[in-house]
Design a protein around this ligand. Structure first.
Ligand code: NAP
Length: 541
């Protein structure tokens, strides 16, 4: 007999920022909600990524949830870019203060979610064999959470610890006096290297592609700065809501590099370089990501600034990004990365043009030129962004269609929230949502989902069926905008922003680059228009 009542209105997977945001907005909508996570703690990114130096690249005061003015006033950050411990403490503070724990079930890996055609409910199964049902199934699994593990020959032969950067042992790992290898040179390595190099006997970075790296400029949170932030929080939150990347920056700045005299260009770039953060991209000129020549000039500036810190010209040459535009890969923020290559105990190996990795050995890594011995190997090899987490469990929609199969060629969605053929499924920052300051997007998505569910509950609607035509339109629009940006060249350099870092998948359009603010407006318009992207059904058919 068909089940009349599900166990929960909403089940979400993922207890990071998205899970906490969903708990707040679903509870506010009067819905029962359960959030599962396979991790031992809440925190998402900040519970998994415990590598030395792990910190947010967004500044603390806007890398947070904004639904409670009291919490914004109460929480105290210690630095501009908090480390993982502080981010995790912040998330505990939110969960404690908002009494969220009763909604959270940790140590529970969800392995499948099946839409039940007869009841219209979702059946959720855990790895332990437990089953749960809900009306609305929601992915809160994060954009950058599913690790990419490389497949070098004989990887299993290495005798020492070898793990992905996001699986740094929670009990800690004593690397002092040890020989450490890091494979990869993305944002993770840029943060990790300067810290590990301080006490390791040696650190060797195996680099395939050099990155454009911008300064973070870490600083203490002073009481004056804190007061300024807290006195202006309403404006800050409104500004981040209205910014192309969900950050409270003064942009668009109303000037293009292409129209600015050369000496002024250099002065403006210099001034923003010294301030640090992504402001360098968003508060200098409006055409850096769309005009190839403007991008080249800014990119050359970045390269000059990066390399003036490196003493060895050969190392500097290896660290020079070549053959792709600035921001075609997501630029890391720097906490002393380039200077670290001046240390005696730090080596850089170019595994693209000079000495590719041949295999792992029991004692280290063999390249075409050398045998290197290590005690520890860290795979800082990135993530299957946007789709990886959802594809890691078996999500089946209408007619048993597997989401992973649906996304084989095109990672299609409607605004990164709905997927055609998957009724009553919702995603927080799924594929084809913008790439933006995540807490901003997460809250906007959670509010949008809450509005949809309030409508359904209020009007007694059983099914929210995303329209194929709306999905086709969003896919086409996202692709057309993508083509107009320089990020479309990310497929040349394995950019995760296009899934071009995955060996078994073709590069694809994963990000809506029309502006996070435009996207948030679109969701509001959708709410006001009664969600024209979906077909509501009163009955399960
Ligand atoms: P990533 O930027 O994708 O970098 C992965 C690195 O591993 C690249 O250098 C890549 O080389 C290399 N690699 C991958 N597979 C390889 C293989 N088989 N052989 C050799 N090298 C290989 O990953 P990530 O550094 O972990 O950062 C990912 C994203 O996570 C960031 O862009 C950022 O959005 C987020 N993140 C954020 C923070 C923060 O906000 N604080 C910190 C860390 C990460 P190629 O470039 O040649 O592919």
């Amino acid at each position: 007999m068909a089940q009349k009542q599900p166990d929960y209105d909403v089940i979400a997977v993922g207890a990071g920022f998205a899970g906490l945001g969903l708990i707040h907005y679903m509870r506010e909508a009067g819905l029962s909600v359960r959030v599962f996570d396979k991790a031992t703690d809440i925190g998402g990114t900040w519970t998994w990524n415990r590598y030395p130096g792990a910190a947010s690249d967004s500044e603390c005061y806007y890398y947070c949830l904004s639904f409670s003015k009291e919490l914004l006033q109460e929480w105290r950050w210690s630095v501009r870019y908090p480390g993982w411990e502080e981010n995790l403490s912040y998330m505990h503070f939110v969960a404690d203060r908002c009494d969220m724990w009763p909604h959270i079930q940790l140590n529970t890996e969800i392995v499948s979610a099946d839409f039940q055609e007869d009841t219209g409910f979702w059946l959720i199964k855990s790895a332990d064999g437990d089953e749960f049902t809900c009306k609305y199934f929601t992915s809160a699994m994060g954009m950058i959470s599913q690790p990419v593990i490389p497949d070098f020959r004989n990887m299993d032969k290495f005798q020492g610890p070898c793990f992905h950067s996001s699986r740094w042992p929670h009990e800690g790992l004593d690397y002092a006096g040890k020989r450490v290898a890091i494979i990869g040179s993305g944002a993770t390595t840029v943060q990790m290297l300067p810290v590990v190099a301080q006490t390791a006997e040696s650190v060797t970075v195996f680099q395939r592609t050099a990155n454009f790296v911008m300064p973070a400029v870490q600083k203490e949170m002073t009481s004056d700065w804190e007061k300024e932030i807290k006195d202006n929080y309403d404006e800050i939150i409104s500004k981040r809501r209205n910014h192309v990347f969900g950050m409270p920056f003064d942009s668009p700045v109303g000037r293009d590099l292409a129209d600015t005299p050369a000496d002024e260009v250099q002065a403006i770039l210099e001034e923003h370089w010294s301030r640090g953060s992504f402001r360098f991209v968003f508060e200098t000129f409006d055409d850096l990501l769309t005009n190839a020549e403007s991008n080249r000039i800014a990119g050359d500036f970045v390269i000059r600034k990066m390399l003036e810190k490196v003493r060895d010209p050969d190392v500097a040459d290896m660290l020079t990004p070549k053959g792709y535009p600035f921001f075609a890969k997501r630029p890391p923020l720097d906490h002393g990365y380039h200077e670290t290559f001046n240390r005696e105990n730090v080596n850089l190996v170019d595994i693209k043009d000079r000495e590719p990795i041949v295999e792992f050995t029991s004692t280290g890594i063999r390249t075409t030129q050398n045998d290197y011995d290590f005690d520890i190997i860290v795979l800082a090899t990135g993530f299957q962004a946007y789709t990886g987490a959802q594809e890691s469990l078996a999500i089946r929609g209408r007619n048993g269609l597997l989401l992973k199969d649906k996304w084989e060629e095109v990672s299609a969605s409607i605004m990164g929230v709905f997927v055609a053929e998957f009724p009553n499924l919702f995603m927080v920052t799924g594929p084809q949502a913008p790439f933006a300051n995540l807490p901003t997007s997460i809250e906007q998505n959670a509010m949008y989902i809450a509005d949809c569910l309030k409508k359904m509950e209020g009007e007694g609607l059983a099914i929210c069926e995303p329209k194929q035509s709306a999905e086709d339109a969003w896919v086409a629009e996202t692709a057309a905008i993508h083509e107009q940006t320089l990020m479309a060249q990310g497929d040349k350099v394995n950019s995760w922003m296009m899934g071009a870092n995955l060996k078994d998948k073709k590069p694809r359009v994963l990000i809506y680059f029309g502006g996070a603010n435009v996207y948030y407006d679109r969701m509001r318009e959708s709410v006001e228009a009664g969600f024209p992207e979906v077909q509501f059904e009163q009955q399960v058919s």
